[in-house]
Design a protein around this ligand. Structure first.
Ligand SMILES: CC(C)(COP(=O)(O)OP(=O)(O)OC[C@H]1O[C@@H](n2cnc3c(N)ncnc32)[C@H](O)[C@@H]1OP(=O)(O)O)[C@@H](O)C(=O)NCCC(=O)NCCS
Length: 170
């Protein structure tokens, strides 16, 4: 299947979000009414996938700083980590693709771009893992298919070690 050409850019005034619909009203409302405010207040960075030459939004995701408790990391991944309590992480709090772009691998492109931005940031800021909040079991299955693993006692919050993501990028 041909992968669509999309630009990934920070959310701006010129992006037309009125028609955005991903099937999860809370995620649509967030983009329309809350996202810009969160950016202004340094609560989240919001990136949109845009077909070149348009202001249309095919999808979006949010990124923020986060911490993950050592007790949330499955034992197999916790081996060798210092017993300090919390580890630095990046959070993909929301990720959604417009229904008009179903079947075009936009979800994968969004996630790849988000992971790439986190990896780029790791030269200036230590980030041990990428955490995602899946809104439901379908979304959790989507993330699992990219190597994310459920946190201990929180199956819809998943994580991917940055070291693993780096391996995948090579
Ligand atoms: C979850 C979501 C982002 C996936 O986007 P998408 O564009 O459908 O995903 P893609 O087409 O890029 O899928 C790429 C791969 O991911 C995996 N995948 C996608 N959806 C999956 C699912 N429901 N279960 C398991 N794997 C899945 C598959 O490996 C798929 O490859 P394949 O089509 O060759 O099998 C999209 O369905 C969406 O926006 N849903 C509404 C909002 C939401 O729930 N967001 C996530 C939580 S915040």
């Amino acid at each position: 299947m041909a992968v669509p050409r999309l630009n990934f850019e920070p959310l701006g005034r010129h992006h037309d979000r009125r028609a955005f619909a991903c099937g999860e009203p809370a995620l649509d409302d967030y983009l329309k009414s809350r996202a810009s405010q969160d950016v202004r207040r340094d609560v989240a960075r919001v990136f949109v996938a845009v077909p070149p030459g348009t202001g249309d939004v095919a999808g979006y995701y949010t990124l923020g700083a986060f911490t993950i408790g050592l007790d949330r990391i499955p034992e197999e991944f916790a081996r060798g980590l210092p017993p300090y309590g919390d580890l630095p992480a990046a959070l993909i709090g929301r990720l959604a693709r417009d229904l008009r772009w179903r079947g075009e691998r936009v979800g994968e492109l969004l996630l790849t771009d988000a992971i790439g931005r986190v990896l780029d940031a790791t030269s200036r800021l230590a980030i041990h893992a990428i955490v995602v909040d899946a809104k439901n079991d379908t979304a959790a299955a989507f993330y699992r298919s990219f190597g994310f693993r459920p946190q201990v006692s929180r199956p819809n919050r998943l994580f991917l070690a940055v070291a693993t993501a780096r391996e995948g990028r090579r």
